[in-house]
Design a protein around this ligand. Structure first.
Ligand code: ZN
Length: 293
């Protein structure tokens, strides 16, 4: 048996936040999306999970995919997004018997604040530190440049308070941005997509037991987004999202993939299936995913 195979894979929750349903569902009218994904009473805001992935390999790597929103932000920011406090990433990792110092690699799908914020924290003097001090932090090089010279539409999502600690750490490495899927580590391929933001990267995972998983990040953030026109208003290239979603769903259906949903507050994922009316749905859904080799 190869010693770099995946030995464990588990979803780890990094808390919740609230985001406007209109922004999350784009052109879909409120009367429709509110039935599929009900907002908090009396508001237009829905509660979303921030669900990370912990992957362990036989050669000793402990990889965290995305890190949630973190706790560096001020009152004004918190009022806007109402993140769950305290955040649960640390306790989720503790439950998985992992100390922050043990994480060897952090992979960012992209650098919007709800994916990168948990990678750093402030001490009592307000100085920033890496949450996972021994980890190499990986992100697409093209996306890093994009995030550091943000357009006006995305500037509020790429916070210097999240990017600077990574920049200053000497622990940042860049991933290539190949248009075709490429192998990052044994059993983990990366697919680069451009609709949500520039060069977001999705892990496509082959488990040693033959199952295939896709971590959908913000391409398909929730089960409601399986429907093709349900594209976030945040996306910088919505028509690219449409094509990228079509491709992922086609591959998932043909290959019997399990989809892992980063933001769905009710369901962590499931196997993709087509019902008798030709609609794509998730079957065998689960609240958390756990593989142990
Ligand atoms: Zn995003």
């Amino acid at each position: 048996m190869k010693n770099d195979l995946i030995t464990r894979l588990t979803t780890v929750l990094a808390g919740t936040l609230e985001l406007d349903g209109g922004a999350m569902f784009g052109v879909v009218p409120q009367s429709v999306w509110s039935k599929a994904y009900p907002p908090e009473p009396g508001t237009n805001r829905c509660t979303w999970a921030m669900r990370c992935l912990l992957i362990e390999t036989g050669d000793g790597r402990k990889i965290l995919v995305d890190t949630g929103i973190g706790e560096k932000d001020d009152e004004r920011f918190r009022k806007h997004f109402n993140p769950s406090v305290p955040q649960v990433l640390a306790s989720g990792l503790k439950e998985a018997m992992i100390r922050p110092e043990e994480i060897t690699d952090v992979l960012f799908t992209h650098l919007h604040f709800d994916h990168v914020g948990g990678a750093s924290y402030l001490d009592e003097k307000g100085k920033a530190h890496l949450t996972f001090p021994n980890a190499t932090h990986w992100v697409s090089g093209k996306h890093w440049n994009w995030a550091n010279t943000p357009n006006a539409r995305e500037a509020a999502s790429f916070l210097p308070s999240n990017l600077n600690p990574l920049k200053d750490s000497g622990k940042l490495r860049f991933l290539p941005d190949q248009d075709s899927d490429f192998e990052w580590l044994s059993g983990i391929r990366l697919r680069t997509v451009y609709g949500h933001t520039e060069a977001m990267q999705l892990p496509l995972i082959d488990l040693p037991d033959g199952r295939k998983l896709a971590y959908c990040a913000d391409l398909i953030p929730s089960a409601a987004h399986l429907s093709l026109p349900w594209v976030m208003a945040f996306d910088v290239r919505p028509l690219s999202t449409l094509e990228e979603k079509k491709r992922l769903l086609r591959d998932a259906l043909a290959g019997d993939w399990t989809l892992l949903l980063e933001h769905d507050a009710k369901v962590a994922g499931g196997r993709l299936a087509e019902n008798d009316r030709g609609r794509l749905t998730l079957t065998d859904t689960f609240d958390s995913f756990n593989y142990k080799g």
